[in-house]
Structure formats: structure tokens, C-alpha cells
Write a protein that binds this ligand. Structure first.
Ligand SMILES: [Zn+2]
Ligand SMILES: [Zn+2]
Ligand SMILES: [Zn+2]
Length: 319
């Protein structure tokens, strides 16, 4: 069954290669991107059906005889039937916006194959970018749960190539606005993503994810480090080689950033912990006079951090 999945990915990769090959004539470039994307999409949907049971990709089971599958002697389901079976038999819901986008690319593919496509370059490009977004979404939210680790690395490669394209990132940012609003309404903190630079990263306790780059379950201390590195660079230089991350008194994570610009929504305080989402005032910081580590959340003039305290008591013990 894995063959269907890998063949699907081959076609999607081919569609991306073709699309990104700006040297080839525009009409051919778009035509074969659409055709190969569509074949890839159908195969990925079928691979999910086959993952449930291989007979699910056979259109008419009444005519089917044992061994036909191996011989390749069968007619397989098309796009519409696949979507229908995914819902009825596998209980998988494909988002209406995704279905609309897939339907449109199916029609464009039909025009390219049977006569000619009268849509212009920009319309077709927009359709492709939108369908790529929805297909990646199906993989990211595990609707296509049959895509296991060895295939995920291939999907990631496809995704990173697409994310290298400014117009794809812009399109994705536009398409995830509803999801961002939903999260905002739930009171979830939205920040500017340190990887794609769009205000589309959400922070929940201990983890972060970005709706544009599609990464999720990132550890918040790692994200805090990257975020601080990208957005507080200027501050760091202003203050010499000073701290960009503090340790949180509440959760002890090294994930407290300086909130010096408006890249973090809903946060008004000077310090903000990416891990436990606690805010602190500017004065609420103490620097360990032994190791220079900054602890955020309280103020003490001659402070020694717990680690240094332990070290000191060992030294005293040895003396
Ligand atoms: Zn991002
Ligand atoms: Zn914290
Ligand atoms: Zn210390």
C-alpha cells in the first residue's frame, strides 16, 4: 500500500519541481504543475483509503475478483468518490475550503487535458498555491495519518521548498487568518514567528506552533531562544553583549524574553515567559553575582542563584 503513497509523493514533488522551474515556458510549466499535482493529490487520498483497506480504492467491487488488484486489473475510485469514502468509511472530514480548492484544480486539470485552459497565469498560480496549502494542512493535521516518518521527511522537503517562495508564504498567511482569529478569541497568545516572520505563531503552555510554516509542538524554550535571537538582536547590540533570555522564577524555564516591540500580542509587560506565559515588570529581575544568570520574576540586590548556592556549599564543605 506504501507504493501508492510514494507514487503520490513523486507526482507532488514533480509538480513542485516543474512549478519552480522558471526557465521553462509559462504555459507548460503551469500545465504540468497542475496535472501532476492533481494526480499526486488523488494518489495521496487513495493511499489513505488503502491504508484502511486496499479494496476501498476499487470503484466497483461487484466486478472484482481475487487477484485483480495484484494484476492491476481494476478501475480505481476518482477524486469525488475518494473524498466520499474517506468521510463515510474512515470518518475523516476534509475541510470545505480544501474541497473547494481541490475541485477547482480538478476543473483546471480537465481543461488542460481535454482542450485548453483559458485562465491566466496569475489565476492558475493562485489556485496551485492554495491547493498546496490545503494538501499540506491535511498532512499537518494528520487527516492523512498514513504518512509515516519516512514519508514525512519527503513532505518536509516539499514544504520547505514551497516556504522558500515568498508568494506561497503570503498566500498561506492569508488563508490561515480565520484560524488565527479563532485562537485569538480563545485568548491564545499570538506572536511573530521567528522562522517565517509572519504573525502566525501561537503559544500554549510549554509548546508553540506556527500556522504558516506548519510546525507545531515546538518546545517553547527553543522558540524563545530563536525568537529573541531574531527580534531582540538590536537590543542585544545596544546593551553590549547582554542577555537575550532570562530564567523564569515561576516555571524555571530559560524562556523569558524582553518584550520590547509589539511582536507579542496581548502581552503588555516588559518580560514574558514563553513557557508558562507569565508576564513580569521591568524591575522584576535579579542577576546572580556569581554566574551572571538573570532570573526574572523578583528583585534582589545581592543575589546568588540556586545552582551557585549549591556549588558554594560544596566548596565550603571541601575546605
Ligand atoms: Zn512560521
Ligand atoms: Zn515561566
Ligand atoms: Zn549563579
Amino acid at each position: 500500500m506504501e507504493d501508492i503513497l510514494f507514487n503520490g509523493l513523486n507526482f507532488i514533488e514533480n509538480a513542485v519541481d516543474t512549478f519552480l522551474d522558471k526557465k521553462s515556458p509559462t504555459e507548460n510549466r503551469l500545465k504540468y504543475s497542475v496535472i501532476h499535482f492533481y494526480i499526486g493529490l488523488e494518489l495521496l487520498l487513495k493511499s489513505r483509503l488503502a491504508h484502511e483497506h486496499y479494496t476501498l480504492i476499487i470503484r466497483d467491487l461487484k466486478k472484482y475478483q481475487k487477484g485483480d488488484y495484484e494484476k492491476g486489473d481494476f478501475v480505481s475510485v476518482g477524486y469525488d468518490e475518494s473524498i466520499d469514502r474517506l468521510k463515510k468509511i474512515c470518518g475523516l472530514q476534509v475541510d470545505q475550503r480544501a474541497k473547494d480548492a481541490f475541485k477547482k484544480i480538478q476543473q483546471t486539470r480537465n481543461k488542460f487535458i481535454h482542450f485548453h485552459c483559458n485562465e491566466n497565469e496569475y489565476q492558475i498560480t493562485a489556485q496551485l498555491l492554495e491547493t498546496w496549502h490545503h494538501l499540506l494542512r491535511l498532512i499537518e493535521n494528520k487527516t492523512l495519518s498514513n504518512i509515516a516518518d519516512d514519508a514525512i521527511s519527503r513532505v518536509d522537503k516539499i514544504k520547505f521548498r514551497m516556504l522558500g517562495l515568498q508568494e506561497f508564504v503570503d498566500e498561506r498567511f492569508k488563508l490561515v487568518q480565520d484560524d488565527i482569529s479563532r485562537k485569538r478569541n480563545q485568548g491564545i497568545t499570538i506572536i511573530t514567528c521567528p522562522y517565517c516572520y509572519r504573525k502566525s505563531m501561537y503559544l500554549e503552555e510549554g509548546v508553540a506552533g506556527c500556522l504558516v510554516c506548519g510546525t507545531d509542538s515546538l518546545y517553547s524554550d527553543k522558540v524563545a531562544e530563536d525568537w529573541s535571537h531574531h527580534f531582540n538582536e538590536a537590543i542585544r547590540y545596544d546593551q553590549g553583549d547582554e542577555l537575550i533570555l532570562g530564567q523564569c522564577i515561576n516555571c524555571e524555564a530559560d524562556a523569558v524574553v524582553l518584550n520590547c516591540n509589539d511582536d507579542i500580542e496581548t502581552v503588555s509587560s516588559y518580560w514574558f515567559c514563553f513557557s508558562c506565559l507569565q508576564e513580569y515588570d521591568k524591575e522584576d529581575q535579579s542577576v546572580c553575582s556569581n554566574c551572571n544568570k538573570t532570573i526574572v520574576g523578583f528583585k534582589e540586590a545581592h543575589y546568588i542563584c540556586p545552582e551557585c548556592n549549591v556549588l558554594n556549599s560544596f566548596k565550603e564543605f571541601e575546605e
